[in-house]
Design a protein around this ligand. Structure first.
Ligand code: GLC
Length: 597
């Protein structure tokens, strides 16, 4: 099957301070039913916003902070507790903000610091917290830190980045080893001034910091303090597993294809593993320090979320820390990125998150600004994803949303998911904006397809920008039918499904934080589970993972549930409500959520 998740391109081995404003207790009805209080992030709903693409307020075709502020009412109505903003700091925008040149300011194209303060304050009024993206692995090559570091071998920041002497082979200069950049080519760039190479895990313009240097650590912990004092509620730690590399610079083993030769990736490079360049044990020391700074500065209210593409539940568990002193929410990519409707695999992975994380909180996620949207789950017979609106688009979307919001987890959704936006990759190379798409075309078309402007209405520019302006990425044609204004009044819309699910996650005691127990564990077509609340409240959830109708039945005596009558909480629009646990009919990709009476 074709590789779908672009996770592989990024990680080749894988497949309060007193000044912090008090947060209002307005998020819900009671402390168990809402996301207020110290562990506000537990069972919360977080929405990732890609600021370039959410709302343009000044008519330049690029989204901005005032645009986000103007759309907070929509987010509040949807029920989100927090928004994660991808980077809004000053940046040359080579990697659209993931190349930061000043960590304590706002990029003028997104607004001013006053606009940011207003966003935080207005969000707070609506019970929404702000989570910043913190890029610790690398800076921009235009960051004054790097400029100073590159200026000589003796300046005060000479050791802030990963500088290495060349390897001389037959009198020829070569990079120190075979490490490759996740974005194509060698990970080493020759710098003529220092006459040395520097390491870049991502683009050439994103030099990696040297995390063995205590001054680098202190500088970044100061950045963390700065934003907590400005009122942010947490950080999403970018590429956090990539902070350290093998101190001996050993060559990575090649990943071999069926012919025994190294596999060649979309950029034409020989693929290597990442055993010497990713998830090294040293990262845990830094995570503990980051957490300590967060806890001290944020009085225990600051959440640390990790971008953690990891292979196993054991590796994920380590990210919480042996004493719960590292990340509160490392992203679980093992459920959402299965990328096909495989009931046993979903069951196993969800169950692992429930039973093998020492009771810690899982964070599920299905898509983001680096990977195709959930329409990738529409597969053709040969397993290739069919982006766009297939015959089962809405059904598939409802199934995915149900797994995300009706599980015992913190739910991370991406802007546009709630209205059923689809991946819209560029059709021509000359339209590509993401440099990895330009370099990898046509095998790798880049990430533009999942970053298109938000579809607010069927008017000009989908309501994203002012009429007539060229938006930074084109608006997908689907905006005329899939948009907020069209979906809000409709009971059958994707948006209505999301709103209902989120309201249940926040308001229903079993769905909020009840234990999750897999049901009918030999069924390969329907994924079902029980949520059991603190006082025995029992809710069953059933998702048909196939395009054929299915009939299921539950016997919950082993789970200590007595009743057999059902009260429907949610059901696919148009389906008949079952009366009993003994016969529940599900249409293609049908969903049923019911309380057992
Ligand atoms: C993370 C970001 C991605 C970025 C990369 C380099 O994977 O999510 O968008 O390109 O880090 O910073």
């Amino acid at each position: 099957m074709k590789t779908i998740g672009r996770v592989c391109a990024l990680l080749p081995a894988l497949f309060l301070a007193t000044s912090l404003p008090a947060f209002p207790q307005q998020l819900g009805a009671s402390s168990t039913q809402n996301a207020a209080g110290p562990a506000w992030w537990k069972n919360a709903v977080i929405c990732e916003i890609y600021p370039r693409s959410f709302q343009d307020s000044n008519g330049d075709g690029v989204g901005d902070l005032n645009g986000i502020t103007s759309r907070l009412d929509y987010l509040q109505k949807l029920g989100v507790n927090a928004i994660w903003l991808t980077p809004i700091y000053p940046s040359p925008q080579v990697d659209f903000g993931y190349d930061i040149s000043d960590y304590e300011a706002i990029d003028p194209q997104y607004g001013t610091m006053a606009d940011f303060d207003r966003l935080v304050a207005e969000a707070q009024k609506r019970g929404i917290r702000i989570i910043m993206d913190l890029v610790l692995n690398h800076t921009s090559d235009q960051d004054p830190w790097f400029k100073e570091s590159a200026s000589s071998r003796t300046n005060p920041k000479a050791d802030w980045y990963m500088w290495r002497d060349p390897k001389m082979v037959n009198g020829q200069r070569e990079p120190p080893n075979n490490w490759i950049s996740g974005f194509g080519g060698s990970a080493w760039q020759w710098d003529p001034a220092r006459r040395q190479y520097y390491y870049h895990r991502f683009y050439v313009q994103q030099p990696d910091l040297n995390w063995n240097n205590p001054q680098v650590r202190q500088a970044m912990y100061d950045v963390e303090r700065f934003w907590i004092r400005k009122g942010v509620a947490g950080f999403r730690l970018d590429a956090i597993t990539a902070l350290f590399e093998d101190p001996q610079d050993r060559n990575e083993p090649y990943v071999l294809g069926p012919d025994g030769k190294p596999r060649i990736n979309a950029y034409g490079d020989k693929e290597v593993t990442s055993i010497y360049t990713d998830n090294l044990p040293e990262v845990h020391d830094v995570l503990r320090q980051l957490r300590q700074v967060a806890d001290e500065t944020g009085s225990g209210n600051t959440v640390l979320i990790g971008e953690t593409y990891l292979n196993s539940i054991a590796d994920l568990r380590k990210m919480y820390g042996a004493n719960n002193d590292e990340l509160q929410l490392p992203m679980d990519m093992q459920v959402g990125f299965i990328n096909k409707f495989d009931v046993p695999l979903f069951r196993r992975r969800i169950n692992e998150a429930e039973t093998e994380l020492n009771g810690d909180q899982p964070l599920f996620v299905f898509d983001n600004h680096d990977n195709p949207r959930w329409d990738r789950y529409q597969l053709s017979a040969d397993g290739t994803p069919q982006y766009g609106y297939g015959p089962h688009h809405d059904g598939i979307g409802r199934v995915i949303a149900t797994v995300l919001f009706a599980s015992r987890d913190t739910a991370l959704m991406y802007y546009g998911d709630a209205i059923g936006m689809v991946t819209t990759p560029p059709a021509r190379k000359e339209d590509v904006r993401d440099p990895i798409g330009i370099r990898g075309w046509p095998k790798e078309k880049g990430r533009d397809g999942e970053r298109t402007p938000m579809q607010w209405n069927a008017g000009p520019d989908a309501g994203f920008s002012s009429s007539g302006v060229k938006t930074w990425l084109p608006i997908p044609p689907s905006y005329t039918t899939y948009n907020v204004a069209a979906e809000e009044p409709s009971q059958d819309s994707m948006l209505h499904w999301y709103q209902q699910l989120i309201a249940l996650k926040k308001g229903d005691p079993a769905l909020h934080d009840g234990a999750e127990i897999m049901l009918n564990t030999s069924d390969n077509r329907v994924l079902s589970w029980l949520r059991k609340g603190p006082d025995g409240e029992s809710v069953v959830v059933a998702c048909n993972f196939t395009d054929q109708p299915q009939t299921i039945s539950f016997n919950l005596s082993a789970q200590g549930v007595q009743g057999t009558r059902m009260k429907t909480l949610m059901i696919t629009p148009g389906a008949a409500e079952p009366q009993s646990l003994h016969s529940i009919q599900l249409g293609p990709y049908g969903v049923y959520i019911g309380e057992v009476r």
